[in-house]
Design a protein around this ligand. Sequence first.
Ligand code: ATP
Ligand code: MG
Length: 405
Amino acid sequence: MEYSEIMVRYGELSTKGKNKKDFIKQLGQNVRKALGTFEGIEVKAQHDRLHVTLNGADSDAVMKRLKGVFGIENFSPSVKVAKDIDEIKQTAIAMVKEVFKPGMTFKINTRRQDKEFQYDTYQMNEIMGSTLLEAIPELTVKMKHPDLELRVEVRMNGVFLSGETIQGAGGLPVGTGGKAVMMLSGGIDSPVASYYALRRGVKIDMIHFYSPPYTSEQALAKAKELTARLAGYSGGIQFIQVPFAKIQETIKEKVPEGYLMTVQRRLMLRLTAAIAEKRHAKGIFNGESLGQVASQTLESMAAINDVTSMPILRPLLSMDKTEIIKVAEDIDTYDLSILPYEDCCTIFTPPAPKTHPDLEKSRKYEGYIDVEGLMKEALDGIVISEIRPGDNYLNQNEDVFAELL
Ligand code: ATP
Ligand code: MG
């Protein structure tokens, strides 16, 4: 079936009262950005629906993109026909024949915007129902939960027929929830946490700590590639890489071993908060999950959190690892996350980090290093890049995938 448009239904935003306008405007922008590479497409964000006019573009490819846009409840590919009852009937028969299976049940659902149209909704339901029963006698009508609901929308500019409703990504349009920074490692968790932040409409900048020469080019490329996958949900993401080796070396030299991890994390958070403030971001997201590893106990979080008053948001806090992995697979980040490139924390993790660090001791040991000087140096060494959906950073390393698969 050659579709003329995709009709998009809004999610949660339709209940947002006075913010509704901003939400719709943002969603319109996000959809335009997501579909930017298709020629000739028109996007119209109206108060009750958003319409994507295809003008010949490949409907399957367009729908694939739409699936990644937050704020969309569901959508239906539709065929536009003239306001001519015979044409409407013929198109409906063709559409149903295409998906027909023995024993199929159906119903007609008409909506009429054009009140001048010769038939009202009740009459249209009747006419279309009997037309289909006559053309395909094996069909049966079922009002509740039919296999197929054929929607007939009589609008001012034509009649639109659709038989399929495809689930959207849900959530809120990215950009309506303000801006935050995300602490992205190369692990399994932080990409999933990023996905949840974006899904609640928050625009995120990625902050990634790396430690050359202790960490490889590939570890950095992996974090960027993960960002490129997540950028599909937001159109583009800024990636901020922060050099961390000097700080880690200094901490290793000056701080008692049991507190290496806690003090490192405090410095990471200090730097993250400083970057967030400079960029007017209002919060810090991370991939922590309670009890998962030594740095993720309540005491540890308290000892690390101590360095900033900015809100730290942990979308995965109460999720089990198996649940997190399931989402990572669904959002297509898992295969990258398990690539074996060590990140900066793995390398400087002591054999026995304190699982219940003491807050006062954490402060005291941190005092053994020149916090301000080291921070300034790290901030001066920041590199920022703009990452687009589908960008490729690991392409020279496809052999690594091959080995793993
Ligand atoms: P992940 O899959 O996110 O790496 P993890 O279980 O390995 O999770 P940790 O290494 O303890 O967790 O890190 C906890 C959180 O700290 C991460 O989820 C991430 O938000 C942040 N973090 C860790 N390492 C880095 C890094 N190199 N750069 C930026 N943030 C990091
Ligand atoms: Mg990690």
